[in-house]
Design a protein around this ligand. Structure first.
Ligand code: ADP
Ligand code: MG
Length: 699
């Protein structure tokens, strides 16, 4: 059997050590196999010919048949360019070269028939084509076998070394021609036939050199399926193994803490969505298996309350619980919220952050170990080695994407037996992403807001309307409300942004001399930040001027207006997060997006989506489609745990669901993959694990 993975690239015809080196360094391609899995990013139809008359400046790549009627060199030195007049029976256009002029002049002759291929563009009011590909008719005849020509991504460095897309295509052709036997199948044969998939060999040939559009489409389907299937197989297998191996604490009885809270201290009715989620969680924690559940819900949907009720259940069953939050402000806020909820109950709740004093810290440690502390709330400080629980039964992780995988794993280690894990995120994640990134977690969704909330109204204004925005601010404050004004903070230009923020702050002070302002940004010391937040939260100040540090979780119900300066510089998910800072009380709330007049198409679309919908999931889906999974808030920090070569989480959701179902069924029948037909699966899983990142330790 051929082993493409052990064949070094430099031994391939047309490659050699220099090109091999470039491909290693620029594209991470080392072996025949790596190259074979380097897929084109697009295809151009080479079976169709255009005429000059049909061309428009916005036409994509085209092929023309005709003759060069004259060459002309214009300018000198660096500014030199070569033009050629190219004509067919319908008209003529100019071909242009800025480089390789000598080569072109030596290669092509006037009045011979050629096929030129390139992208028309508009120059000085006329259509021309820069650096076209040119073939003699008879060479072109050979190439007619290529119906759809693949285009490969290359880097600048590769291009200057003449390793462009066409060169890759050539070596790919050499590679495929050199295959004396078929590339071994990587899926069980019965799956290939049951789902009428193309064989791997055929798919790889067709992905590079499609024999027709429909064969290309089948090749893509096959390769996408395989890619998604293996990710799902790996995730689901991890989950199943974990379920079998790690027993979980059983929270079987509902006792005083839960009942008393629910019956006597909860002042409002739970939403149906909250009830549903609590049921799901109770089934998990009562099952004897360790829970690993993701709780998704838009800001303000009442996740914290759900988490609290599960913590009470833990306490009723003799366990301690903790909440870990990404920032000190958030941890403190959780602490205060929970203290308020539990004020009439006889439970011991502690707060542990970086700024907890040594003496208090010592007391907390003692109470934790003795078991007299029921709930501990904190930041990363909870992960320190000297934080030892007596009997930790439940870990709630809020806004988990700010925590690294390794950090989370550390919490497990605090017990002999893994506690139940509830991960809460307010960043709605598109279903496809959730299925892949959190594919080994169960998912609960709170898809309903508590009653009585008025949807936030969002408006997009150009900056020249600032004065009317200020009038609006004044009106709201005079009615007793509070205002956020947020400035962007992007790392590369941190100083500049800081200047914007402080200038903005200065101006606002002049515009609103009769109001009190707070300012919060990343350069403040934690204590200063907390003090500013505290003053705003308590209503001492009316306007909070801030960078995105206030993005997550902060809760000031009296704040009713969120103004976002330079809104064009924020991604959709981030805008949505910021907007979620208001609309937490009973008042009508507003979000105002300020931008310059000149906006790109994408940005305009973002503003349009924001003003149209409050639905976090819809926004997350749109964000995914517009930016791709790598840029989505929340996946960025944790990183997509694998590279997708061909599948696309924004568009292949059906395929993903299908692949997950297939993997699930398969594991139901053969959890350990012991069937001889499944040996290939184990082998592939091992190979993929070696190649990449730890996709498994995601929870
Ligand atoms: P999240 O954590 O999902 O952003 P919170 O748990 O902080 O949401 O809830 C937001 C606000 O709504 C809190 O003030 C909370 O007390 C309140 N709340 C939660 N559930 C309900 C409910 N069912 N009915 C009314 N108010 C609720
Ligand atoms: Mg919250």
């Amino acid at each position: 059997m051929i082993n493409l993975a052990s064949n070094e690239l430099k031994f391939l015809a047309g490659v050699g050590p220099k090109r091999a080196d470039l491909l290693n360094k620029e594209l991470d391609i080392f072996t025949f196999e790596d190259l074979l899995y380097y897929f084109p990013y697009k295809y151009i139809d080479r079976s169709k010919f255009y005429t000059v008359r049909e061309l428009q400046s916005d036409t994509a790549y085209v092929q023309l048949k005709g003759k060069i009627t004259r060459f002309e060199t214009v300018g000198t030195g660096h500014a030199q360019r070569l033009t050629a007049l190219f004509s067919d029976h319908t008209g003529s256009i100019e071909l242009v070269w800025f480089k390789g002029i000598k080569y072109v002049l030596g290669q092509y002759k006037v009045n011979e028939e050629y096929i030129v291929f390139g992208k028309p563009s508009l120059f000085n009011g006329r259509i021309n084509m820069a650096h076209p590909e040119i073939d003699k008719i008879q060479d072109a005849d050979e190439k007619q076998k290529i119906v759809l020509q693949g285009f490969y991504n290359t880097t600048e460095k590769m291009k200057t070394n003449f390793l462009n897309s066409k060169a890759i295509q050539k070596i790919m052709f050499n590679l495929i021609s050199s295959l004396h036997e078929k590339v071994p199948e990587t899926l069980p044969g019965y799956l290939v036939s049951q789902f009428k998939l193309m064989s791997l060999h055929e798919a790889l040939v067709n992905i590079h050199f499609p024999s027709s559009a429909s064969q290309l489409s089948r090749a893509r389907q096959r390769l996408k399926f395989e890619e998604l299937f293996y990710i799902q197989l790996s995730l689901l297998r991890t989950a199943k193994i974990r379920n079998q191996q790690s027993r979980g604490f059983r929270f079987e009885h509902v006792g005083d803490a839960f009942t008393q809270f629910y019956k006597q201290h909860l002042t409002f009715e739970l939403t149906n969505a909250q009830k549903k989620v609590i049921r799901e969680i109770r089934a998990d924690v009562g099952s004897g298996k360790q829970m690993n559940r993701l709780l998704q819900g838009d800001v303000g949907s009442g996740k914290t309350l759900v988490a609290l009720m599960v913590m009470l259940l833990a306490i009723d069953n003799g366990f301690q619980a903790c909440i870990m939050a990404p920032t000190e402000i958030l941890a403190t806020q959780h602490y205060e919220t929970i203290l308020a909820f539990l004020s009439e109950m006889n439970l011991n709740v502690g707060l542990l952050t970086g700024s907890t004093k040594k003496k208090e810290r010592g007391q907390l440690h003692e109470q934790l170990q003795s078991g007299s502390l029921h709930i501990l709330i904190g930041t990363h400080a909870l992960l320190e080695d000297n934080v030892q629980f007596n009997n930790l039964g439940l870990v709630v992780i809020d806004e988990q994407h700010r925590f690294g995988v390794a950090q989370r794993a550390k919490l497990w280690a605090k017990n002999d037996q893994a506690p139940h894990i509830l991960v809460m995120t307010a960043t709605p994640i598109p279903r496809t992403l959730a299925m892949t990134i959190y594919g080994d977690l169960e998912v609960s969704v709170i898809d309903e807001l508590p009653p009585g909330r008025k949807p936030i109204q969002t408006y997009h204004y150009y900056e020249n309307k600032r004065n009317s925005v200020y009038r609006f601010i004044r009106k709201e404050i005079d009615e007793g409300r509070q205002i956020y004004i947020v400035y962007p903070l992007i790392e590369e230009s941190e100083n500049l942004d800081f200047q914007n923020l402080t200038e903005g702050f200065g101006q606002l002070k002049e515009v609103f001399p009769d109001y009190k302002l707070s300012m919060v940004h990343g350069k403040l010391k934690p204590a200063e930040k907390d003090e500013a937040m505290r003053r705003f939260a308590s209503g001492e100040t009316q306007i909070m001027v801030a960078t995105t540090v206030i993005e997550v979780g902060v809760n000031v119900p009296n704040a009713s207006v969120m103004i976002i300066e330079s809104a064009q510089r924020f991604g959709l998910s981030q805008l949505h997060q910021l907007r979620g800072r208001v609309g937490r009380g009973a008042d009508q709330s507003y979000c105002i997006l300020l931008t310059p007049f000149e906006l790109g198409k994408e940005t305009r679309k973002r503003m349009e989506i924001m003003t149209r919908t409050n639905d976090g999931f819809e926004i997350a889906e749109a964000d995914l489609k517009m930016r791709g999974p790598g840029d989505i808030e929340g996946t960025q920090q944790s990183g997509l745990p694998f590279n997708l070569k061909i599948a696309d989480l924004a568009h292949d959701s059906q395929m993903l669901q299908f692949a997950r179902n297939v993997a699930n069924d398969l594991l139901d029948h053969d959890p350990l993959l012991q069937h001889p037909e499944h040996f290939v699966l184990t082998k592939q899983l091992q190979k993929k694990q070696k190649e990449a990142v730890d996709w498994k330790k995601i929870s």
